[in-house]
Design a protein around this ligand. Structure first.
Ligand code: ATP
Ligand code: MG
Length: 424
């Protein structure tokens, strides 16, 4: 080969495997042809993706996905069409929909979204027990329903209080949960609040204290949780799950749009997600299903529930569920008000539990953080702020792709969220 200056340099021969590592994006062999079509790989060919196939082939070690992107870049459009295309393979989907925009998808699938409204007719019990995938769980192990209920309650309480729980508060809460579990097969938030406000003798003696002290220990927690039971948020998560909800369809959408402006959106979304996780585990076959939390930044805005979300993602794998979360910016992962190392740990934990990252345009101010957290190459870092609507950098395991998501003409109505903005 001759350079412009006329010097001769030896030709460089490498295997395609090494070339792919040396020139990410430029020399990528694609992810194969098993899965759903997402769109065009901008460097040639079509882009087909399936987390379960890739998991089976060892390309990724978990099927979870996080989609990042500024407002209006096409995150929800990607997910709606993705789930619809996955339906061809008989895969089911469960969606937490804080904006109420998955009704079109539900229509196509012939199901009705479950709409939650304060004081409405539908109740979901976030303390519904999770069914373990294989036999009886280890008591106290991460899959033990009692432990998961306790972790959810502690997260909700700490999110409502805006701080971590003190050891005595945590103990009072756990004892109240145990008492609620003794008094009925399925604990509910009102039963836990009741048990906090009227602790049983045996609860107090089990930690060598008296009932009055135990009541004082748990009073702040009870008063905060009471908001979900008696306050402005009542009527949604404060009782046993409404009987007769049909969850057998291929798609279950929880429409939380009536709560979108609530200051407690993150807490409510965590309740909804917890209920969905329990329902997925029971009402399977959850094998190879998707659990999508759109606008998940609202959950992550709160340290208590962010921790819970991260822990619960780990457990879904046993049920064959691929989790999908939608965030705006990388900083959503680190803006939860924890100390520096806790923030980074939480972000790193969620990222390592999500081996597919779909990155739509990020503001220039986010690039340094993205580069650090996602190990972007200099080329990728330069591209990320410039990506146009519908185009994203996909990082799947250790590989990168630049992909234009293609929306078919029959899918347009499904994705058009600009209509409300008055666009023709
Ligand atoms: N790949 C695409 N091709 C063409 N139009 C698209 C594409 N993706 C999204 N759009 C259009 O862009 C608009 C915004 O898309 P969408 O609602 O998916 O964005 P978003 O990133 O979810 O926004 P938000 O952060 O506000 O939720 C929609 O009207 C949709 O029709
Ligand atoms: Mg959206």
């Amino acid at each position: 080969m001759r350079t412009q200056a006329g010097f001769r340099v030896p030709a460089h021969a490498v295997t395609t495997r090494n070339l792919g590592a040396a020139y990410p994006l430029v020399a990528e062999a694609g992810l194969g042809h098993r899965g759903v079509l997402i769109g065009h790989d901008l460097l040639g060919g079509s882009f087909v993706y399936d987390p379960f196939e890739l998991y089976r082939d060892g390309v990724v070690s978990n099927p979870n996905m996080i989609v990042f992107g500024q407002i209006g870049r096409g995150k929800s459009s990607l997910l709606k069409t993705y789930l619809w295309r996955q339906a061809v393979f008989g895969r089911r989907a469960w969606v937490v929909d804080p904006k109420g925009e998955y009704a079109g998808l539900a229509d196509l699938w012939g199901v009705r979204p479950v709409a939650l409204r304060p004081g409405g007719s539908i109740r979901l019990n976030p303390l519904d027990p999770v069914q373990t995938a294989a036999g009886k769980p280890d008591p106290g192990g991460p899959d033990d329903p009692a432990r998961r209920q306790s972790e959810l309650l502690a997260s909700l309480a700490s999110a409502c209080l805006g701080r971590s729980l003190a050891p005595r508060e945590r103990a009072a809460l756990d004892l109240a949960l145990a008492s609620a579990r003794r008094s009925s097969a399925v604990p509910t938030l009102p039963r836990v609040v009741e048990a906090l406000l009227e602790p049983a003798d045996e609860s107090a003696t089990s930690i060598r204290t008296d009932r009055t002290t135990l009541l004082e220990d748990g009073r702040d927690v009870a008063l905060e949780l009471r908001r979900l039971v008696h306050g402005d948020l009542r009527g949604m998560f404060d009782g046993e799950t409404t009987a007769g909800l049909d969850l057998s369809g291929p798609l279950v959408v929880l429409d939380l749009s009536a709560l979108y402006t609530s200051a407690a959106l993150g807490v409510l979304m965590a309740c909804a997600t917890a209920w969905l996780q329990a329902a997925v585990s029971r009402d399977g076959p959850a094998d190879q299903a998707f659990l999508v939390v759109d606008e998940a930044w609202a959950i992550l805005a709160n340290l208590g529930v962010a921790r819970w979300l991260q822990a619960s993602w780990k457990l879904s794998r046993a049920h064959g569920v691929a989790n999908v979360a939608v965030l705006h910016r990388l900083s959503d992962l680190t803006s939860v008000g924890a100390t520096g190392s806790e923030q980074v740990g939480l972000a790193e934990g969620l990222l390592s539990d999500s081996e597919t990252l779909v990155i739509y345009a990020q503001p220039p101010g986010e690039v340094a953080r993205a580069t650090e957290l996602l190990s972007l190459s200099p080329t990728e870092a330069e591209l990320v702020p410039q990506l146009r609507r519908g185009i994203a950098l996909w990082k799947v395991g250790r590989r990168s792709f630049l992909v234009r998501h293609v929306v078919g003409s029959s899918e347009r109505a499904l994705v058009d969220t600009d209509a409300a903005m008055g666009r023709p």
